[in-house]
Design a protein around this ligand. Structure first.
Ligand code: NAG
Ligand code: NAG
Ligand code: NAG
Ligand code: NAG
Length: 355
């Protein structure tokens, strides 16, 4: 089948146009329809179930006067120098904005209404959960960075009505939440650092729905189609037996004798399971070397804890810490970090990133 035919088969099943607004019924989820209405403030997006419960609302290209656009909902809708396409997917819709004009930027915003809770997004030092109240600065690229302790930048959001948004990895993404617009999360694509040297600007993402409007179903939908699942199973004992972490009782103040004393006390009280040697056993965060003063003979310590009948695990973390110089220096030397453009210099024809 050629790609044109495929593309045509892939489009929305039912399109009804009323006074410029386009109502799109999703083929695979009975009762859910999406209404796209061109307005002076972008294209109003309303996804509802049986036309009653609004499950996701927002404005595509917020801030742009699109009131005269008449092709919304067609497979290819040309708007100025950009193309918008809205396609049917297995359990929802795929939205794509695309342009070759490198200064054109797209900004699709979705509402965070009272009573609907959102999950997903970035992991940060000050984490709010659910994330509705989190403030994210959309001036900064949506990538891991040191500046505001922005560790993991997931491109996945899920709400308590089982609606999810998953953005493609290649989108030059900036995310703003509650800053540019109150009670909205805005996904922007623009060709600014670090997303440069690209031919096109593309904002592409999937919106998925759960038939029963349940968060669990929505998340399953997303893992099955976009996120994937782990390839292996962790040790079943991790859920069938307790995990005892030194943090709960001792915080950072741990040592050889503290760990042994802790294990003994748990055993004496008739419990078993797993002893987790938590924060802070390392010489510095990320060195992955035991502090010899606290743990002079870790092999022997672990052996003793195991003899008491416990499994033993260690707390580790996926961060690079500036107070662990040796490790971050090594990463810098090997060019493991992305730098900003002012940091690129060109010695003898080579491009070397610095931080
Ligand atoms: C779609 O939902 C809207 C409300 O958002 C409703 O007015 C419209 O009748 C519905 N269309 C269909 C085809 O169900
Ligand atoms: C590219 O986009 C910018 C900003 O949207 C606009 O000002 C400019 O005229 C566009 N250029 C072309 C060649 O269309
Ligand atoms: C957002 O980030 C920009 C760029 O770093 C900065 O100039 C601005 O002050 C930040 N805004 C807020 C409210 O933190
Ligand atoms: C680039 O990174 C350097 C070092 O981290 C910093 O001093 C500089 O302000 C950054 N420049 C921009 C434009 O962000």
């Amino acid at each position: 089948m050629n790609s044109m035919v495929k593309a045509l088969l892939g489009v929305i099943s039912i399109i009804i146009s009323i006074c410029g607004a386009t109502s799109v019924s999703l083929r695979n989820i009975e009762g859910v329809n999406i209404t796209l209405s061109p307005t002076k403030n972008g294209i109003r997006f309303v996804a509802s179930k049986y036309g009653q419960i609004e499950v996701l609302t927002g404005n595509l290209n917020l801030g742009k006067d699109l009131s005269s656009v008449s092709c919304v909902g067609l497979p290819i809708c040309e708007i100025g120098d950009s193309i918008l396409s809205v396609e049917d997917t297995q359990m929802g819709t795929k939205i794509t904005w695309e342009t070759r004009n490198k200064s054109t930027e797209f900004q699709d915003c979705f509402d965070l209404p009272d009573g609907v809770y959102w999950y997903g997004g970035p992991q940060r030092r000050v984490q709010t959960w659910p994330i509705n109240n989190m403030i994210i600065n959309g001036s900064l690229p949506y990538v891991s960075r040191r500046d505001d302790n922005f560790a993991v930048a997931e491109r996945y959001w899920l709400n308590s009505l089982g609606v999810f948004i998953f953005l493609e990895e290649f989108v030059p993404l900036f995310v703003d939440q509650n800053l540019a617009h109150d009670n909205q999360v805005c996904f922007s694509a623009r060709l600014q650092e670090p997303y440069i040297n690209r031919e096109k600007n593309i904002l592409e993402y999937y919106i998925g729905f759960d038939y029963d409007l349940e968060v669990r179903g929505g998340h399953f939908e997303a893992t099955n189609n976009y996120l994937g699942t782990p390839l292996g199973l962790p040790n079943r004992l991790m859920v069938s037996e307790p995990i005892w972490t030194t943090w709960a009782k001792y915080k950072r103040d741990i040592s050889d004798s503290v760990v042994l004393e802790f294990a003994q006390a748990i055993k004496d009280n008739g419990y078993n399971g797993q002893i987790e040697i938590d924060d802070k056993w390392e010489t510095c965060y990320g060195s992955q070397e035991f502090d010899k003063e606290k743990f002079p003979d870790i092999v022997n310590t672990v052996k003793k804890v195991k003899e008491m009948g416990f499994r033993v695990t260690l707390w580790v973390h996926p961060f690079v810490n500036s107070d662990c110089q040796e490790i971050s220096e090594e990463g810098l030397a090997k060019g493991n970090f992305a730098g900003n453009m002012s940091m690129f210099h060109v010695p003898s024809g080579l491009c070397v990133p610095h931080i």
